[in-house]
Design a protein around this ligand. Structure first.
Ligand code: NIG
Ligand code: FE
Length: 412
C-alpha cells in the first residue's frame, strides 16, 4: 500500500539519514523542506522532497496537507507507563504541605504504587496500561521506553515486563523495555538494602534475561534509595546479560551516579535536575545521552535540568516525559516540548531535535525513527493549519495535531 502526502506546508526534520545524535549548536538547526511531499509504502518512508520534484508514481491514497506541518513522531525515551491505579491523594497531600520525600518516607510514593501493582491482575494491568498507551499515541508519540520498578518482587516485576511485551506485540508503536527492580527498597527489606540488591541481581535479573523481557537496566541512584556503589554493582551484573544502562541520576542530589553510568557505557543518564560542573565535563567524554524530564520538574516544583548549560557545552540533550503516577502523571510530549522552551530556554528547534532524533538515540532506535529519512519507519505527525512550527510550543496546552501515523498505520 502506497500513500502520498502532498502540498505539505513544511516538512520538518528531513535528512539525518545516518546521523543519530544532534549536539551543541547543531541543535539550533532543524532541516526542513517547504511545499513538500512525503511518499510512504506499507510501514516505511520511501521518498520525500519538494513539490516541484513530485515523482510520477501510482499510489493507493493521496492526502492533501495544504497549510499543515509534518514532523516525525515523538520518541519518549523515559516512562513508567505501566502502573496500577493512581496517587491523587499524594498530590493533594503535597498541595497541603508535605514534600515528595516526606510522603515516600511514610511508605507512600513508589511503595504505594508497588502495593497496588502487586495486587492487580496481569490482565487488568494490561488494560489500564493499554488505555494510556493509546492516549500517548494520539498525542504523537511513535516510540516509547517503558520501565518496570513498581513490582519490587520477582513475580510482580516479571508481571510488569510481560505486560510491556504484550503491549509491544499488540500496538504499532515501537516499545523498549527497561528492568528497574532497584527503584526503591521494599518494606520487607527495611534495613537490608544489600540483601534486596542481591535478590535483584541473583534472582530477578536472571529470570528477566531468560525470558528476554528487557532491553535496558535502570536504577534510582539517589540519597535514600540506591548509592553509587549499589549502582556499579548492579550495572556490572547486568552487563553479563547484555543489558545496557539507562539510569535515574541527579534528580534531587548529585552524588556521582552520572559518572557510574558513563563508566558502564550508559545509553542515557536521566533527570539531571542537579548538575555540577564536573557532571557536564564527564558527559563530554562519553557517548551517553543526557535526558531532561521537564514535566517532572513542573509537577514536583523542583529545578529544571540546566539545558542551556548542557547544550552550550557542546553536548546533545534529549527530552522525555517520565510518565508515572507519582512525579509525572502525564505522557504528553507536546507539553514537554513546550515546557522545555518556556522554562528551560530551549529554542523550538532545539526542543524538537531533543524530542525526536536525540530521544530516538536515547532508546536505541535512531536507525529507524527520529527523522524523516528514506528507509525509516513511516511514523509522523500532521498538524492542524499552523503558522509555523514555533506555534507548537507557543500555544502550549493546545492540541495542534490533526493526524498521527505510526509505522504506516493511521492512529484512530
Ligand atoms: O522518575 N525518581 C524515580 N522514579 C520516578 C518516580 C517514581 C514515583 O514517584 O512513583 C521518577 O520520577
Ligand atoms: Fe523516571
Amino acid at each position: 500500500m502506497k500513500t502520498i502526502i502532498i502540498n505539505i506546508k513544511e516538512l520538518l526534520q528531513t535528512g539525518l539519514q545516518d546521523q543519530q545524535v544532534v549536539a551543541g549548536s547543531q541543535m539550533q538547526k532543524l532541516p526542513s523542506i517547504k511545499n513538500a511531499f512525503l511518499l510512504i509504502e506499507d510501514h516505511l518512508i520511501i521518498d520525500y522532497g519538494s513539490m516541484h520534484a513530485l515523482p510520477k508514481t501510482t499510489t493507493d491514497k493521496t492526502i492533501d496537507a495544504s497549510g499543515k506541518t509534518l514532523l516525525p513522531t515523538w520518541c519518549d525515551s523515559h516512562t513508567h507507563l505501566v502502573f496500577a491505579g493512581n496517587r491523587e491523594q499524594e498530590f493533594v497531600d503535597r498541595i497541603n504541605g508535605l514534600s515528595y520525600e516526606e510522603i515516600a518516607s511514610r511508605g507512600g510514593g513508589i511503595l504505594n504504587s508497588a502495593k497496588k501493582l502487586q495486587a492487580i491482575s496481569e490482565d487488568n494491568l494490561y488494560e489500564e496500561s493499554a488505555l494510556r498507551l493509546e492516549q500517548v499515541m494520539k498525542l504523537g508519540t511513535g516510540a516509547i521506553e517503558i520501565k518496570s520498578g513498581y513490582g519490587l518482587t520477582k513475580e510482580a516485576e516479571l508481571k510488569m515486563l510481560r505486560v510491556i511485551k504484550r503491549l509491544d506485540n499488540n500496538y504499532p508503536i515501537t516499545i523498549k523495555a527497561t528492568f528497574l527492580g532497584a527503584h526503591a527498597l521494599p518494606s520487607e527489606f527495611k534495613g537490608r538494602k544489600t540483601d534486596y540488591l542481591t535478590e535483584v541481581i541473583e534472582e530477578i535479573l536472571p529470570a528477566v534475561a531468560k525470558d528476554n523481557l528487557a532491553d535496558f537496566i535502570d536504577i534510582f541512584c539517589e540519597k535514600g534509595y540506591f548509592s553509587v556503589e549499589d549502582t556499579e554493582r548492579l550495572l556490572a551484573a547486568a552487563a553479563n546479560y547484555g543489558l545496557v544502562p539507562k539510569i535515574h541520576v541527579n534528580q534531587f542530589n548529585a552524588i556521582g551516579g552520572l559518572q557510574a553510568g558513563i563508566k558502564y557505557q550508559a545509553l542515557s543518564v536521566d533527570h539531571l535536575e542537579e548538575m555540577r560542573t564536573e557532571d557536564i565535563e564527564a558527559l563530554k567524554n562519553s557517548d551517553t545521552m543526557p535526558v531532561a524530564l521537564p514535566s517532572c520538574s513542573y509537577f514536583l516544583s523542583i529545578p529544571y535540568t540546566p539545558a542551556r548549560k548542557i547544550i552550550d557545552a557542546g553536548l546533545p540533550l534529549a527530552l522525555a516525559t517520565d510518565y508515572n503516577p507519582g512525579s509525572t502523571p502525564s505522557g504528553n510530549m507536546n507539553f514537554v516540548v513546550a515546557t522545555a522552551c518556556i522554562k528551560m530556554k530551549m529554542t523550538p528547534e532545539e526542543a524538537i531535535n531533543a524530542a525526536t532524533i536525540n530521544g530516538a538515540y536515547a532508546m536505541g532506535v535512531a536507525k529507524e525513527l527520529g527523522s524523516i529519512s528514506i528507509g525509516k519507519k513511516a511514523s509522523f505527525i500532521i498538524t492542524n493549519r499552523i503558522s509555523s512550527y514555533n506555534f507548537l510550543p507557543y500555544a502550549f496546552g493546545t492540541d495542534c495535531i490533526e493526524q498521527v501515523f505510526i509505522n504506516g498505520e493511521q492512529v484512530k
